[in-house]
Design a protein around this ligand. Structure first.
Ligand code: BTN
Length: 326
């Protein structure tokens, strides 16, 4: 309420809208101040917010959420080993479908294929969404595609809100990465606990480089942040909430048919590989071809030089552009 108000909001109004006592409001204001918000309290006028910190807290994300399920249960940590691992722990403790786990920093951030995901404090979004979908386990990889699509929409929305039509455009490098100007902006790691024909839960984790001013030397030529590309910083809480909004919409479309049929076209509009030469790093038999798009299961369709169209499964191979990272 304070963030959306033009000027002061009276204590009375806060009490009435929130259905709580004056003391509760006063305590909450104190808590927000401890989290870094600057809030002015003036007698007979009320409260006015003068500074909003860029924090990944339940208050900051929750107050921006516009969803029915996704992120409604939101748990934020100053530090955790990995939000994916923590989400799995919470899943074992019966956390509900749609629980969002966030952290300011991760001490054991995980990338795909056992790689480390460098996770310094305060610069990026590190979040994991816990899902309990009633779908066939073989369809889980489509959830990575759904998150990729949701995240690319969220990043572009945030960029456009601040920079207008001149905003740089974020794209998807099939299947798990978001790219900006040919460099990696975000990565997705999906993990699951399953029986032969029943999913216990799925955790879709995403790391988005938001305000990082630079990167360690090993990745400095391939990584990028929104701030580096745009020359200004962004609210990570707003981006996380925006991601949840798009995820919920895309997820519902996916669930309806348990396929990507209704998302395919949208996804392909963001696909950086489309129409380009790609090298498919299939263990034992690498080949090149032209990426045509995805099928309704989220697999990449590649046309080889002899005209044959092959289906590339995300788990099995990695796809490289002929020129550099993309
Ligand atoms: C990749 O591109 O290799 C995937 C990176 C996934 C990183 C995110 S950060 C939040 C979540 N927690 C983790 O430990 N990993 C994912």
């Amino acid at each position: 309420m304070l963030r959306n108000a033009e000027g002061y909001v009276s204590g009375q109004e806060l009490c009435e809208q929130l259905g709580v006592s004056r003391t509760a409001v006063w305590k909450m204001i104190g808590q927000l101040k401890e989290e870094g918000y600057q809030i002015e309290g003036v007698k007979n006028r009320g409260y006015r917010i003068t500074f909003i910190p860029d924090v990944m807290t339940e208050a900051e994300i929750g107050s921006r959420l516009d969803t029915k399920v996704m992120g409604r249960c939101c748990i934020c940590y100053e530090e955790t080993d990995s939000t994916n691992t923590q989400a799995k722990r919470l899943a074992e403790e019966k956390a509900p479908h749609g629980t969002l786990v966030c952290a300011e920093r991760q001490t054991g951030g995980k990338g795909r294929r056992g790689r480390i995901w460098s996770s310094p404090s305060g610069e990026a979004v590190y979040m994991s969404l816990l899902l309990r979908p009633l779908i066939h386990p073989a369809h889980t990889s489509m959830l990575t595609v759904v998150m990729g699509l949701a995240a690319v929409k969220a990043c572009n929305e945030i960029l456009k809100n601040q920079l207008g039509d001149d905003a740089p455009r974020v794209q998807i490098k099939w299947p798990n990465d978001l790219v900006l100007g040919g460099r990696k902006l975000a990565g997705i790691l999906t993990e699951l606990s399953t029986e032969v024909d029943y999913i216990n839960y799925v955790v879709v984790g995403i790391g988005i480089n938001v305000n990082s001013p630079s990167f360690p030397e090993e990745i400095s030529s391939t990584a990028v942040s929104l701030a580096m590309a745009a020359g200004k910083t962004f609210s990570r809480g707003e981006l996380a909430a925006c991601c949840m909004k798009h995820f919920e919409t895309c997820y519902d479309k996916f669930l309806e048919k348990e396929s990507l049929e209704d998302l395919k076209e949208d996804y392909e509009n963001y696909l950086v590989n489309i129409g380009r030469q790609v090298r498919v790093l299939d263990p034992g038999k690498e080949y090149t071809g032209t990426a045509l798009g995805i099928d309704q299961e989220g697999e990449l369709l590649v046309e080889r030089e002899n005209g044959e169209i092959t289906t590339v499964y995300a788990g099995e191979v990695s796809v490289r552009g002929i020129y550099g990272y993309v």
